[in-house]
Write a protein that binds this ligand. Structure first.
Ligand SMILES: [Zn+2]
Length: 163
């Protein structure tokens, strides 16, 4: 149950810059709706296959991160748990959970807009632990995530939060 609807993007062709810009827009819409400002799209062959926004609060689901919700959405739409060849675009650097779920689905990589340092303490009260978990997963799964290129204002979704 979420209020921000990414579905108009389904089937749309997006390059990296545009895909990241759309995730930033969706995350900003989340913030405007008092939701956690995270969103992701699953793209294969340049075409959007699925997407999602953070559902942790609405669904009482601690694993409802934007990337996880997007992977679940894409696998359900395709009728397979295999997303080989797909890329997940996210407005923010993915945590350890999201990296693992993407790898489990065979996703090539997660490309993100903002680095995790933009996430305010109101959202992640323990960034040191978050970073250590990311490092632990990345040691096993090098290349599962990288910073992408976009002209979007990647910090915009986080601006309403006190640092
Ligand atoms: Zn995550």
């Amino acid at each position: 149950m979420t209020t921000v609807d990414f579905s108009p993007l389904l089937g749309v062709r997006l390059d990296e810059d545009a895909a990241l810009a759309r995730t930033v827009e969706l995350a900003s819409a989340q913030a405007a709706a008092d939701r956690l400002p995270f969103a992701a799209l699953v793209v294969r062959g340049g075409v959007v296959l699925g997407g999602g926004v953070n559902s942790v609060v609405d669904d009482h689901d601690p694993s409802g991160h934007g990337e996880v919700v997007a992977v679940r959405d894409a696998t359900r739409r395709l009728g397979t748990a295999d997303l080989a060849g797909a890329v997940v675009y996210s407005n923010c650097e993915p945590c350890a959970i999201c990296r693992l779920v993407a790898a489990a689905a065979g996703v090539n990589e997660i490309v993100y807009a903002a680095g995790k340092e933009v996430v305010p303490a109101a959202i992640d009260a323990d960034p040191a632990t978050t970073a250590r978990l990311i490092d632990a997963v990345t040691a096993v799964l090098p290349g599962i995530a990288r910073a992408g290129r976009t002209g979007a204002d990647v910090a915009a979704p986080f601006r309403g939060y006190a640092q």
